[in-house]
Design a protein. Structure first.
Length: 263
């Protein structure tokens, strides 16, 4: 049986279960979404399940940031070398960076506010949505998962937490770019030097331009997997509650009661 149906028969529904993931509406804090867009453009939109917009801004951040040497300049400014930070910046790319960076923050905030309103309307409508789908490549269904396990797997490797809750697109994207960041930052080579006691060599081998992408990437993977695990659990309970009310609550059991009120 396959109830995978792309046709929207309801005006608004809270979730959509497809072979590549579960997309749902739920209340979000617009300031948190804006903060993630400030940390790394695209992350705020990915948290809102606005995948195409989020991936576009994510790729733009990597391209323009690298061309402007922005992360490198940030490292120099953090260490007090302001003149070196100015010298390493490429102004043509930096001036291109600023407008889109501001747009990513503003648009993610605006979108989260609008989607909160849509969620409230969808919650009141309480329309049916599919909770199970099976296809040639994947099976997906609503069930309950442990948020702590999603966090643990994301800490091991960003993207594994998303795979745990069947967010396939985000998992593939997150894992692929984690490989890119690890490779170009030379972080594993630095770890190797640390294990053999070569601390100075470990510091020198790291490429700060690529390394500074990693903290935001790790943080996003942990936060996204945790929040979506919690919300998927709520969605599962909501769907189960509606199903039980619809199919079983109308059946009443009458207990015989005597005249004196004793059963």
């Amino acid at each position: 049986m396959n109830n995978y149906n792309p046709i929207n028969k309801e005006r608004r529904f809270k979730a959509y279960v497809s072979p590549i993931g579960t997309t749902q509406l739920h209340l979000r804090n617009p300031y948190i979404i804006a903060w993630w867009s400030a940390a790394f453009p695209g992350f705020g939109h990915l948290l809102l399940s606005k995948y195409l917009r989020g991936y576009a801004l994510f790729l733009w951040e990597i391209l323009v940031n690298n061309m402007a040497n922005l992360n490198h300049a940030m490292v120099y400014s953090f260490t007090g070398n302001i003149d070196m930070a100015k010298d390493v910046l490429e102004p043509r790319w930096l001036l291109l960076y600023i407008p889109v960076y501001i747009f990513a923050i503003w648009d993610s905030y605006r979108t989260s506010v609008d989607m909160n309103k849509v969620f409230i309307l969808a919650e009141r409508e309480n329309a049916d949505f599919n909770s199970y789908t099976i296809g040639a490549f994947e099976i997906n269904y609503l069930d309950k998962r442990r948020p702590l396990m999603a966090v643990v797997w994301s800490l091991f490797t960003p993207g594994l937490g998303q795979l745990y809750i069947h967010r396939v697109l985000t998992a593939i994207f997150t894992m692929a770019f984690m490989i890119v960041f690890v490779y170009f930052s030379n972080i594993l080579i630095a770890v190797h030097y640390l294990f053999i006691g070569e601390v100075a060599q470990a510091t020198q081998v790291i490429d700060p331009q690529w390394f500074l992408f990693m903290p935001s990437h790790f943080g996003f993977a942990v936060y996204d997997s945790y929040v979506n695990t919690v919300e998927n659990n709520k969605l599962y309970e909501s769907e189960q509650r509606k199903f039980l009310k619809k199919h079983y609550q109308q059946h009443r059991v009458n207990f015989p009661v005597s005249a004196d009120g004793v059963k």
